[in-house]
Design a protein around this ligand. Structure first.
Ligand code: UGA
Length: 452
């Protein structure tokens, strides 16, 4: 019997976290069933159709489904009952006051309670969804106890195991995480989850560090990590604005800063601000929780403020370059919140496009994956194109909102040939200004020199 033979895993929630984590478990030899309440998702997965675009996901899922290691179901209770470790991977969306909506987490906790009620075998409940400190112990645990009639720590184990994967790199991050955090009440449950992860390696093949902490600490590690990453981005964006005044390249500045091993160069790329389903939600949740417990968080509030003003700052750069926007046609490239995903949650493209439209511009937009999802965010009269060329053809100028590789690969000559005026304004750092200049293009990028 191999080590994995006595652990069967159920994963509740077929989002990025559930699906990518599930692949991690199957690739380490653990039979895994993922459930979702949306039956079309489950049926589609069995047919090889993914619920969202994520690089490398489809091939791996199909392989694991074919081999029988990965299964999908809509039946939470049956799936949980047939497993002995359940990962809760459902969403915790923001409520109006910035706090997290725990409706889905509660429902799953109830299903787990019902499922394990008549089970004699020990079961471990693992919260992977992002939840604020105390949620696992004061919400999940009592609900499971109530519906199972069992005692935590004795008849079932409870663990908090936050997820750190990035969309666009979800498969890689799940197979090769930087670290595993196991928040535990007791050693028995902690050791069982430790076993699942002990074969995980980084890209070089070295074992991934596994840190055992208290449950509340594990919950807060997730928020602290996301808040610090968001802080690095807002910090770079603030310096971008300073750099623009001095004609300095903020990417040079942050490169110099990031070479300090105490800092590191990652997440110091200036842009239009951070979006997505995590940073804005998680930093807001920390601020709102801190307010409730009467703790001041001026750093986090400033991180959000800087992020709110960055898209408008980008529009002011656009206006500085092209002048009056009335009647101008803008080729807008990039609608998702970052490259390699079709996710448009909190995308900076929305406030930028809304402002451009208010100023009289006509929007012609292209994204390699996200146009359909963006359409559902706004009913502004945007022309969605099927190709980069179609977006550029005859437009007055081009704007880059996210640095998809498809956009990086646009030759300066293509801009020159297709745009009415050869003007490119870059909300990222997508092109080499020298190449753009020598092709005769007026090029301006965020956080960079405005004269050449
Ligand atoms: C983020 C974290 O990076 C993951 O570790 C975490 O697990 C995840 O949230 C989560 O909580 O589930 P994600 O939202 O997928 O992952 O995307 P990131 O790659 O972190 O990018 C977030 C935003 O920051 C994007 O809008 C991106 O364009 C922006 N960003 C990122 C910058 O503007 N500059 C940077 O240097 C890096």
């Amino acid at each position: 019997m191999t080590e994995a033979d006595d652990i069967n895993i159920s994963v509740i929630g077929m989002g990025y976290v559930g699906l990518a984590s599930g692949l991690g478990y199957t690739s380490h030899g653990y039979r895994t069933t993922i459930t979702d309440i949306i039956s079309s998702r489950v049926e589609n997965l069995k047919k090889g159709i993914m619920p969202f675009f994520e690089p490398h996901l489809q091939g791996l899922v199909n392989k694991e489904v074919e081999s029988g290691m990965l299964r999908a179901s809509t039946n939470n209770i049956e799936t949980i009952r047939e497993s002995n470790v359940t990962f809760i991977c459902v969403g915790t969306p923001s409520l109006h006051d910035g706090s997290a909506d725990l409706k889905f987490v509660r429902e799953v906790a109830k299903d787990i309670g019902i499922a394990i009620r008549d089970k004699r075998e020990y079961h471990v409940v693992v919260v992977k969804s992002t939840v604020l400190p105390c949620t696992t112990e004061s919400i999940v645990l009592p609900v499971v106890e109530e519906f199972s009639g069992k005692k935590a720590g004795d008849e079932f184990g409870i663990i908090m195991n936050p997820e750190f994967l990035r969309q666009g790199q979800a498969v890689h991050d799940s197979l090769h995480p930087d670290r595993i955090i196991i928040g535990q009440m007791d050693d028995r449950a902690g050791e069982m989850v430790h076993r699942i992860y002990e074969g995980y390696t980084d890209e070089k093949g070295d074992p991934v560090p596994i840190l055992h902490v208290e449950i509340k600490a594990a919950e807060l590690i997730k928020y602290a990590a996301n808040s610090l990453l968001a802080t690095k981005i807002s910090f770079a964006n603030e310096f971008a604005r300073i750099c623009e005044k001095f004609n300095i390249d903020v990417y040079d500045v942050m490169k110099g800063v990031g070479l300090d091993s105490r800092i590191n160069p990652l997440f110091l790329n200036a842009g239009c601000g951070f979006g997505g389903s995590c940073f804005p939600k998680d930093v807001n949740a920390i601020v709102s929780m801190a307010e409730a417990i009467e703790v001041e968080t001026p750093i986090m509030e400033a991180v959000l403020h800087t992020n709110d003003i960055q898209p408008m700052h980008f529009v002011s750069i656009i206006e500085d370059v092209v002048g009056d926007l009335e009647g101008k046609v803008v080729a807008f490239l990039g609608l998702s919140f970052k490259p390699d995903t079709d996710d448009v949650r909190e995308t900076r493209a929305l406030p930028i496009i809304q402002k451009l439209y208010l100023e009289g511009a006509r929007i012609r937009a292209y994204d390699p994956q996200a146009s359909d999802r963006f359409r559902s965010l706004t009913d502004l009269p945007i022309t969605y194109t099927d190709s980069i060329e179609e977006a550029l053809d005859g437009a007055d100028f081009a704007v880059i909102q996210s640095d998809w590789n498809d956009f990086r690969n646009i030759e300066p000559a293509t801009f020159k040939r297709l745009l009415r005026e050869p003007v490119v304004i870059d909300g990222r750092r997508t092109y080499d200004p020298k190449e753009m200049k020598s092709a005769g293009i007026t090029y301006r990028a965020i956080g960079w020199k405005n004269t050449w």
